[in-house]
Design a protein around this ligand. Sequence first.
Ligand SMILES: *Cc1c(COP(=O)(O)O)cnc(C)c1O
Length: 404
Amino acid sequence: MKDDETRHEREIATRLVTAGRRSEWTGPVVNPPVWRASTHLYENMAAHAEGPRHNEDGRFFYGRRGAPTQWALADALTGLEQGAAGTVLYPSGVSAIAGVLLALLKPGDILLITDNAYDPSRVMGRGLLADFGIETRFFDPLDLDAYAALFCERTRAVLLEAPGSLTMEVADVPALAAIAREKGAVSVMDNTWAGPLGFQALANGVDVVLHALTKHVGGHSDLMMGSASAGEELYQTLRKRAQTLGLVVSPDDAALALRGLRTLKLRMEQEAASALRLAEWLSKRPEVAAVLCPMLPGAPGHEIWKRDFTGGCGLFSFVMRGGTMAARNAFIDALDLFGIGYSWGGFESLVTPVDAKPLRAVMSWPPPGCATEDRFGVRLSVGLEDPDDLIADLEQAFAAMARR
Ligand SMILES: *Cc1c(COP(=O)(O)O)cnc(C)c1O
């Protein structure tokens, strides 16, 4: 294995294969075995006294600090993130968000959250953080001046997400992160959509990047996990707070996440290509008012996506032209290959309704370019099925909607 100084040198496709496979963790086999461990046994009292002193991955202490399977996954994720000194694993994406914010913020601080953030992040700001005396303010990520004007001496952190959850706006992350840094605040980005293949958050000026590994890294809709990566100082801050909160992931799940990681590039590229085909097809349908897919030329955010991102994924939304909620719901009910369900990034296609209005404090819905009656949205997570079959499924669902 390459050492820490050189591990970011090779192309990311190569790193997806080699990452985390240190021989001291894998032994003679390809993948790190599942180390189920709470107790680590010490050889003698001298080793016992030494144990707690070294708080780093690769050092046995007690199960809460992990064992080789979790270390290998954390190491692999660090290896994919330019500028990261380390990665902390969390039992879900939401717990990664909570773990990071609770590490950075204290009573009296102000947190700025992008208005199109994943809804549980918004709920966390208004609920958990408010209970601890931390104030949350929402901002429109497309209005840099208004955002810059929000900062004051109590502003400690900013939570970014691009594209935004459900509504898919692509913010100018380098600009938002640079303003945060200039104002002395820590920027955190939920980069679940693009992942390290599609957007290098730290290299673009973000201080902490987090991922819901539940989505693309897991990739098979059978595990929950999150991660946060950062440079040395913030990594240590996150790590200590995660340990205080007792956050640890199971070695079985870590092994599954590592398995998912190896095929991440193939799956994401296929999904993104299929999603683009579906987005193009949808953009020509009379039933559709807007396609919110950053990879689609002409769609909102496409220019910034093209400038800053190196990839996309299968997740995008579209807005029905007029109609009623009942009609939109009939469309979703008629779909056969798209399961109705939360989450995304699995091998199978999914669909959820998008009714964003109640979820926005300062941004507008319907999106720009839509009439006020174009309100009913649909979010698709495009999986690995044949895109022609998926298009045929959408077509018959539109027909079913028209027949009702
Ligand atoms: C799903 C999701 C999360 C949370 O991940 P869980 O593992 O489900 O808790 C966080 N951010 C985004 C953008 C997500 O889509």
